[in-house]
Design a binder for this molecule. Sequence first.
Ligand SMILES: Cc1cc2nc3c(=O)[nH]c(=O)nc-3n(C[C@H](O)[C@H](O)[C@H](O)COP(=O)(O)OP(=O)(O)OC[C@H]3O[C@@H](n4cnc5c(N)ncnc54)[C@H](O)[C@@H]3O)c2cc1C
Length: 392
Amino acid sequence: MSDVPVADELGGFRAEVQRFLVSALPPELAARTKAGHTLSRDELMFWHRTLHGRGWVAPGWPTEHGGAGWSILQRHIYDEEAARAGAPSIIPMALTIVGPLLIAHGTDAQRTKYLPRILDGSEIWCQAWSEPEAGSDLASLRCHAERIGDEYVVNGTKIWTTFAQWADRCMLLARTATGDRQQFGITILLIDMKDPGVSIRPLPSLDGMHVLNQVYFDNVRVLVSDRVGPEDEGWGLLKSTVGHERILNADVGRARALLDRLIRTVQANPGAQPGLRSRVARAAIRLRSLEVLVMRALDSPDPANASGASIIKLLGTELQQEASWLMSEALGLYGLPYLPDVMQNGWQNEIPIGPDDAATVTPFYLFWRKASISAGTSEIMRNLIAQQVLGR
Ligand SMILES: Cc1cc2nc3c(=O)[nH]c(=O)nc-3n(C[C@H](O)[C@H](O)[C@H](O)COP(=O)(O)OP(=O)(O)OC[C@H]3O[C@@H](n4cnc5c(N)ncnc54)[C@H](O)[C@@H]3O)c2cc1C
């Protein structure tokens, strides 16, 4: 559905991506991704390593740091073809947040130590920023790090930490001082999640899955050499990282895959509710607008700081939520069963209820309620748009 016109010379690149996807993506994995099944750690890391083997796992990183160094149009083409083929998304934190942060603000020693392991997938990272009383108001965070000699000793808790249960390392925001401005006194530390002082409490989400966690830090020791940037001044380094995360959360590739699936479902149900087709068409038009906004932001000299990042995040998450709701409507009663086991493993010995992918629809709808909260809530995005774009 979404063939954005590209320059002729990029046709060869598109064909190269298509050939790679045909040869490297196992059909069973593509089918599971397309049906919306929850993929295991092994499946996600298999695809990470496959992309790494081709040199494509970090499309936005410069080539001197092991990235693909793709242009904006090449990234768009890859996303489009990957979504169409059913390639899984990969675990994003290290590649889109930690890596760019270290490339921009890390030491040579940090880049040498961490970037290769991020690229080859030998270390999974999580992002420990939010706290029980510091979410939208992140600068009020209290998890504390005290410097003792050449180490920091960390105490406190973080919440909603995605994939902490799998993570080898985390990027932590810690309070090292207090001052007149809340933003002062925040320090970025790279933590080894195997430290005996780290413990994790799973937080099952509305769809029944375990992705989120509360993480406790009890006298966790971190070498000063694992601090990124100056002590107390981590906040200033986060600005571009947060912008990256917002653009990432729009997840245009996934939104496109979801809309393609929705269109197939509506086409297979000619008796679907009157008016549904025009709402699907409106969602497809909004997706086109979003694609253009994302490309424009990524093409700007400093994508993450572009004021469009908040608009992209807001529109992207609203679109994903709308599409997941339309999918439920399109399937009618067949979409109602709540079968998280089938979401993970597909139908086993049961007779499928309705179309093959119907069982994943309700958990998927529930899962996407989170999109307007994570990486900054929709209310906060509207505040930012009012301040930064409308100048109010
Ligand atoms: C699925 C998921 C994954 C996440 N993953 C991570 C992760 O990996 N690492 C991490 O650190 N964090 C993660 N988070 C946390 C996320 O960043 C926070 O949930 C988010 O920033 C909101 O903070 P909060 O939950 O404390 O809500 P609050 O900030 O307490 O907000 C509560 C409500 O008040 C509204 N509100 C707050 N302030 C204002 C205001 N000034 N104006 C108008 N309305 C306002 C909000 O919009 C919201 O509706 C994740 C969250 C989710 C849901």
